[in-house]
Ligand binder design. Structure first.
Ligand SMILES: Nc1ncnc2c1ncn2[C@@H]1O[C@H](COP(=O)(O)OP(=O)(O)OP(=O)(O)O)[C@@H](O)[C@H]1O
Ligand SMILES: [Mg+2]
Length: 264
C-alpha cells in the first residue's frame, strides 16, 4: 500500500470576486491530480512558476481545503477526518519551506523553536525534551551552542537546518519540501540536499520534493512528476523521463537545462 494516495485532487480559487456579485473568474490551481508515494521514496515535483506545485503540496498536507478529490495517508481518508484525528496525523506530515526565516519566530531561541512541537504534541519531562533537542541539532549538523541563539544569528543554510530539525521533532513519516534550497547559494544548497538525503536513509522518510531545478530533482528523486497549469502532464522514473520526455512542456523544461538535455 502506498503511504500517500491522491486521487483527482482539485483546488479552484475564485478570483476577482466583487461584493456586488457579477463576473467571477476561476483559477484551477490544481486540476484533477492523482499520484501515489511509496514509503521511503522521493517524488520530485517540477514545473514553471504558478503551475500549482505549492498548492498541491499544501493540499496533500491538508493545510488548505481541496475543492474536490481524495487524499489517503497510511490508508486514512484525510479529507473527511475529524479535527482530533487530523491533529494526531499532523505529526506524521511536515513541511519545509523555501525561507525558514519566515517560519521561525525571530524572538525565540533555537532550543525553544525546536522544542515547540514536542511541547504541543508530546508530553515528556524537561530533561528528556532537552535531550531530544540536542539529538535533533546533532542530526542536522548543529551543536549545543546553537541552543541559546536566535534565528537571525545564523546563515541561511544554518537556518534551513534549524527548520529541518523542527520538522523532524515528532518523527514524521512524510515531508513536503517546497523549494527548500532555492533561496540558498549553490554550494550551501548542495549541503542541505545531501543532509535531506542522509536523513531520508536514517529515518526512512518519504519526500515530496518541489523544485524548479531539473538537475536537483534528478539527483534526489526516484520519480519525477512534471506539473503544467495545474495538471501532472508526465510522471515516471527520473532517467527514463529525462531520456524520453513525452510531453512538449517537459522538453521545454529540459531544453532550459543544457547539462541534462536529452540526446536528440
Ligand atoms: N490563495 C490564493 N488565491 C488565489 N489564487 C491563488 C492562491 N494561491 C495560489 N493561487 C494561484 O494558483 C496558481 C498556482 O500557484 P502555486 O503557488 O501553487 O504555484 P507554484 O507552482 O508553487 O509556483 P512557484 O514556482 O512560483 O512557487 C497560481 O496561478 C496562483 O496565482
Ligand atoms: Mg511554489
Amino acid at each position: 500500500m502506498a503511504l500517500v494516495e491522491v486521487r483527482n485532487l482539485t483546488k479552484i480559487y475564485r478570483v476577482g470576486e466583487s461584493i456586488f456579485g457579477g463576473h467571477r473568474g476561476e483559477v484551477r490551481a490544481v486540476d484533477g491530480v492523482s499520484l501515489d508515494l511509496d514509503q521511503g521514496e522521493t517524488l520530485g515535483l517540477v514545473g514553471e512558476s504558478g503551475s500549482g506545485k505549492s498548492t498541491l503540496g499544501r493540499l496533500i498536507l491538508r493545510l488548505i481545503e481541496p475543492s474536490a478529490g481524495t487524499i489517503r495517508f497510511g490508508g486514512c481518508d484525510l479529507v473527511h477526518l475529524g479535527r482530533r484525528d487530523l491533529r494526531r496525523l499532523r505529526r506524521d506530515m511536515q513541511i519545509i519551506f523555501q525561507d525558514p526565516f519566515g517560519s521561525l519566530d525571530p524572538r525565540w531561541r533555537v532550543a525553544d523553536l525546536i522544542a515547540e512541537p514536542l511541547l504541543i504534541h508530546q508530553p515528556m519531562s524537561a530533561q528528556l525534551r532537552r535531550q531530544r533537542v540536542l539529538e535533533l541539532l546533532g542530526a542536522v549538523g548543529l551543536d549545543e551552542s546553537a541552543c541559546h541563539r536566535f534565528p537571525h544569528e545564523f546563515s541561511g543554510g544554518q537556518r534551513q537546518r534549524i527548520g529541518i530539525a523542527r520538522a523532524l521533532a515528532l518523527h514524521p513519516k512524510f515531508i513536503v519540501a517546497d523549494e527548500p534550497v532555492s533561496a540558498l547559494d549553490v554550494s550551501v544548497g548542495a549541503q542541505i540536499v545531501n543532509l535531506l538525503s542522509r536523513l531520508q536513509r536514517q529515518f526512512g522518510l518519504t519526500y515530496l520534493f518541489i523544485s524548479h531545478s531539473m538537475p536537483l530533482v534528478r539527483y534526489l528523486a526516484t520519480r519525477i512528476a512534471v506539473m503544467y497549469r495545474g495538471k501532472i502532464v508526465e510522471m515516471g522514473p527520473g532517467d527514463e523521463l529525462i531520456a524520453h520526455p513525452a510531453h512538449p512542456y517537459t522538453r521545454t523544461l529540459l531544453a532550459a537545462t543544457p547539462e541534462i538535455e536529452p540526446v536528440p
